[in-house]
Design a protein around this ligand. Structure first.
Ligand SMILES: Cc1cc2nc3c(=O)[nH]c(=O)nc-3n(C[C@H](O)[C@H](O)[C@H](O)COP(=O)(O)OP(=O)(O)OC[C@H]3O[C@@H](n4cnc5c(N)ncnc54)[C@H](O)[C@@H]3O)c2cc1C
Length: 475
């Protein structure tokens, strides 16, 4: 009835890469709708942060739109005068860590080209709307948008990316709307409004914390910044690039079969990993080599772990994994070191026990690990950097509520992200893969373990796109 229509909900990197890969690979023209409320395609949450100190957390060559044009962003940046716009992008290790908005500019430019012309002559349309509901109809779905439009489609792909952060306990009760509490670290306006002489608490100590410290530091922050995390793990830095070898392209690493030493139970995999990391370091190498080998094939390893192992990982190993996996760009590492040296920034290992409204301030009791020492402090601003909500049922995104309410998909058994099959087809509440409803990117984290960074999402799309095209052409 509709021909070959596919509607992608979300026009961040995932949605754009999918549209590009489909239109590259389709044997006949498709009609591809991208529903994305932002005015530009490609920025999403990650690359829309217009702070000059928010940089890509990995070198340029790790970021691309489609696997066959993996070098293009690097060339685009250099050829378009990226190093004149931002000489500091070139780090001492010889790699370029561009501002995140540069990648958004590149992707949106490429998408504009795709909308004009593409190999399959597919019609790609950006519908600047927010999807709020999705209803099954004969041979497809009807998507309802916030403005009341109805879009009928043979297949639908959810590429809605990072779920918004939510207030952690104890702030989730009365203090969520307190003026001193900032629930989303992506709300840059609120962070920019923090007075330079105030005392700030950051809850969480991952890369988002580093972005916040970068913004505050540039604003000349003079008050204290305390970053508290339960495990005390701070993001690590990158290894220098090898001197004598051309680095393998990240896409190739992600597509390779897992090596045999990464077979086995969760415990065996981590024991082997730690052993290899130590061996590399003992031979004057870097722990990054063994770690990256594991990271690249997490999508092959994670699905084989039992539910119990996955829960054990989340409880005991995830902070360690994340601090090694999500690394600081050298420029941001330098900003953190500087703030530490100037005694503006302090890291604490512990957790917030209670929080009380004290007018313009919030008084917080911290339980400092490992001795359970209590500390009471008053803060003028508290920024939640604990990460996005993991359970889709707990997010406020109406499209998540819709597909759950209509039983089109269920949460994973570990309540992280949606359940999908190996081809990213949504699995209904009754355990049946939906033949024409797909989910890509971070909402599939519970199934694939680490479909978070650019190369991993793009590889995931590369693997699932043939199934989606097959579904369309079989109609
Ligand atoms: C702050 C931050 C920085 C990051 N930095 C890097 C980095 O440097 N390098 C790297 O490789 N990875 C980085 N990542 C990981 C990042 O998740 C991926 O690289 C990638 O950008 C994810 O793209 P996405 O399209 O899946 O998600 P998003 O970028 O979150 O985009 C999802 C889009 O879906 C839209 N959407 C959501 N709900 C609806 C709806 N109901 N209707 C219509 N549209 C909707 C949103 O408006 C949004 O534009 C970062 C992530 C974050 C959060």
């Amino acid at each position: 009835m509709f021909g070959n229509t596919v509607t992608i909900i979300g026009g961040g990197l995932s949605g754009c890469s999918l549209a590009a890969q489909l239109s590259d690979q389709a044997e006949k023209p498709l009609k591809i709708n991208i529903i994305e409320p932002r005015s530009v395609l490609g920025a999403g949450v990650a690359y829309s942060a217009d702070d000059i100190d928010h940089r890509l957390n990995a070198p340029l060559f790790v970021h691309f739109l489609t696997p066959d044009r993996a070098e293009e962003f690097q060339n685009w940046f250099v050829d378009s005068g990226g190093l004149n716009r931002d000489p500091d992008a070139l780090a001492a290790d010889g790699n370029i860590y561009a501002r995140r908005t540069e990648f958004a500019d590149y992707v949106s430019e490429k998408m504009a080209d795709y909308l004009q012309a593409n190999p399959s002559n597919s019609a790609i349309t950006h519908l600047q709307e927010k999807a709020v509901d999705i209803l099954p109809i004969t041979n497809g779905y009807r998507i309802v948008t916030e403005s009341g439009s109805n879009i009928e489609s043979d297949a639908v792909v959810l590429a809605t990316g990072n779920r918004s952060p939510a207030a952690p306990s104890p702030f989730d009760k009365e203090l969520e709307d307190h003026p001193a509490f900032i629930v989303s670290p992506w709300d840059l306006e609120k962070i920019r409004n923090i007075d330079e002489n105030t005392n700030v608490l950051i809850i969480g100590a991952g890369l988002t914390m580093s972005d916040v410290v970068a913004t505050l530091s540039r604003q000349g922050h003079n008050g204290t910044i305390t970053a508290v995390s339960r495990n005390g793990q701070i993001p690590k830095t990158h290894a220098p690039p090898p001197e004598d070898a051309t680095p393998r392209h990240p896409f190739d690493g992600v597509m390779e079969d897992k090596p045999p030493h990464l077979d086995g139970s969760l415990l065996e995999v981590f024991v082997n990993l730690r052993k290899r990391m130590k061996e590399d370091m003992a031979a004057d190498g870097y722990w990054h080599w063994a770690f990256d080998e594991l990271r690249d094939c997490v999508w092959q390893i994670w699905p084989h772990f039992s539910e119990r192992e996955k829960r054990q990982y989340l409880r005991y190993l995830r902070p360690w994994y994340d601090s090694h996996r999500f690394r600081l760009p050298p420029q941001t590492a330098h900003i953190l070191d500087d703030a530490l040296e100037r005694n503006i920034l302090t890291y604490k290992t512990g957790h917030v026990v209670s929080a009380l409204d004290r007018g313009k301030q919030i008084e917080v009791r911290l339980n400092i690990h490992p001795d359970s020492q209590f500390e009471d402090h008053r803060f003028d601003a508290i920024i939640n950097c604990t990460g996005p909500v993991l359970s889709p049922a707990k997010t406020k995104n109406p499209i998540y509520q819709s597909i759950l309410r209509r039983d089109l998909v269920k949460e994973t058994a570990i309540n992280i992200g949606f359940d999908v099959d190996a081809h990213c087809r949504a699995i209904s509440k009754y355990g049946v893969p939906q033949k024409n409803l797909f989910i890509v990117g971070s909402p599939t984290v519970g199934v694939f373990g680490d479909p978070i960074g650019a190369p991993f999402i793009i590889a995931q799309i590369w693997r699932m796109a043939p199934t989606l095209l097959q579904t369309l052409s079989s109609k």
